[in-house]
Design a protein around this ligand. Structure first.
Ligand code: PMP
Ligand code: GLN
Length: 385
């Protein structure tokens, strides 16, 4: 359909998210899709049975704005059991339509035109557009290749009177790096005496390897006081398409969050909330995730060892980074496209997560896949490379 409107684009330079671009290309080419992060296996039937049961029982109308109390209670119980603090379900826990909405809403609630928000590059692709939508300015700290650890001295130099928020993400997408508790102490030292809010993206909180413990911002009383902590059931229960997550934060921060949330989504799918609340009662389901994915990580790394890729450490998430300079000197976007079209394995190029397109010749594989899928990808790589 034609329109004669002259559109003053808010984001004239913005393209389509790399996850959509690569998944679409993978489908077009019949490639094994190890690009976008989602499992290719099913969640347990118990979760689906529960949702179906709640639907048949008539729980199909609007949930309360903050989420159904059953789910808020289960979230508060889990957070208390794992990290210590007991968030009040009336004022400090909100169920969201996935982590993406939680992040967008938190930014919209706190960041005003001209405010600065510190983010770490490589940066997950939804943060900066959300900041810019509300007129804020992203200020970039670096997680330096190849170990991708924060440089807190650099961060100290980026803090200004305009800094309103800092966004942290551990375990980290796309790098698979992890922030240790000692790193959080440095963050606490930096922010002491400021009014800077922390937005902590912890969607991979249950996926850490080799016995490493997740350093949640909830677990440090000084940091928790200024933190909005976000998680997602999509990652934890293999249901990325359900788009349900949550936020915990001190009451005063949550009150601001909810002012936006109520007019952004109002509330989230009710039967799914009831099903998840029930499913969460068995803690083995989230506590077992680390072992489950560590097996996949190790299986996949063993397969890739037979290729010329050079694997970077993977301490958490379900992503494996790999250098490809022994295979090609193409820029990473071109390499990812070539690998998808010519070899039949789709990956994510890492340069897209940098404002200046910095290219360390690294790509990301998602190993949240059945062994047969990972094996099929490895066979194609071994044959072609
Ligand atoms: N943050 C990170 C770091 C992610 O990897 C993802 C999605 N994979 C999200 C946020 C978004 O989660 P959701 O699908 O629940 O919106
Ligand atoms: N977070 C997922 C990833 O990193 C993708 C989510 C999305 O497609 N927006 O691959």
């Amino acid at each position: 359909m034609q329109t004669n409107l002259r559109i003053d684009s808010r984001f004239p330079q913005m393209g389509t998210t790399i996850f959509t671009v690569m998944s679409r290309l993978a489908a077009e080419c019949g490639a094994v899709n190890l690009s976008q992060g989602f499992p290719d296996f099913q969640a347990e039937p118990a979760l689906f049975d529960a949702m179906h049961r709640h639907m048949l029982a008539g729980r199909n109308q609007y949930a309360p704005m903050a989420g159904l109390p059953e789910l808020r209670q289960a979230i508060a119980d889990k957070v208390a059991a794992l990290y210590g603090p007991r968030y009040d379900i009336e004022t400090e826990v909100t169920v969201t339509a996935g982590a993406t909405q939680a992040i967008f809403t938190a930014i919209a609630a706190f960041v005003r035109p001209g405010d600065e928000v510190i983010v770490f590059e490589p940066v997950y692709d939804s943060y900066v557009p959300a900041i810019e939508t509300v007129g804020g300015k992203a200020v970039y700290a670096q997680l330096k290749f190849p170990d991708y650890q924060p440089d807190w001295e650099q961060v100290a130099g980026l803090i200004s009177p305009r800094t309103r928020m800092i966004i942290v993400n551990s375990p980290h997408n796309p790098t698979g790096s992890v922030n240790a508790t000692v790193s959080l102490k440095k963050l606490a030292n930096l922010l002491r005496g400021t009014d800077i809010v922390i937005l902590s993206d912890e969607v991979y909180e249950h996926i850490l390897f080799d016995g490493e413990q997740h350093a949640s911002l909830c677990g440090d009383p000084e940091l928790a006081e200024r933190s909005i902590v976000v998680s997602s059931f999509g990652k934890t229960y293999h249901i990325t398409g359900w788009k349900i997550g949550y936020v915990v934060a001190p009451a005063a921060l949550m009150a601001e969050f909810r002012k936006v949330h109520q007019f952004n989504v109002f509330c989230v799918h009710a039967p799914a909330q009831l099903a998840i609340a029930e499913y969460m009662q068995d803690a083995r389901r989230h506590l077992g995730l680390a072992v489950f994915y560590q097996q996949k990580r190790d299986f996949f790394r063993d397969l890739l060892a037979a290729t010329p890729f050079e694997l970077l450490p993977c301490r958490g998430t379900y992503f494996q980074l790999a250098r490809y300079d022994r295979i090609s000197d193409r820029p990473d976007r071109e390499f990812a496209e070539w690998l998808t079209r010519e070899v039949g394995v789709a990956v994510i190029p890492i340069s897209v997560f940098y404002a200046d397109g910095r290219d360390d010749r690294v790509v990301r594989f998602c190993f949240a896949k059945q062994e047969a899928t990972l094996r099929a990808a490895a066979e194609r790589l071994c044959r072609a490379l």
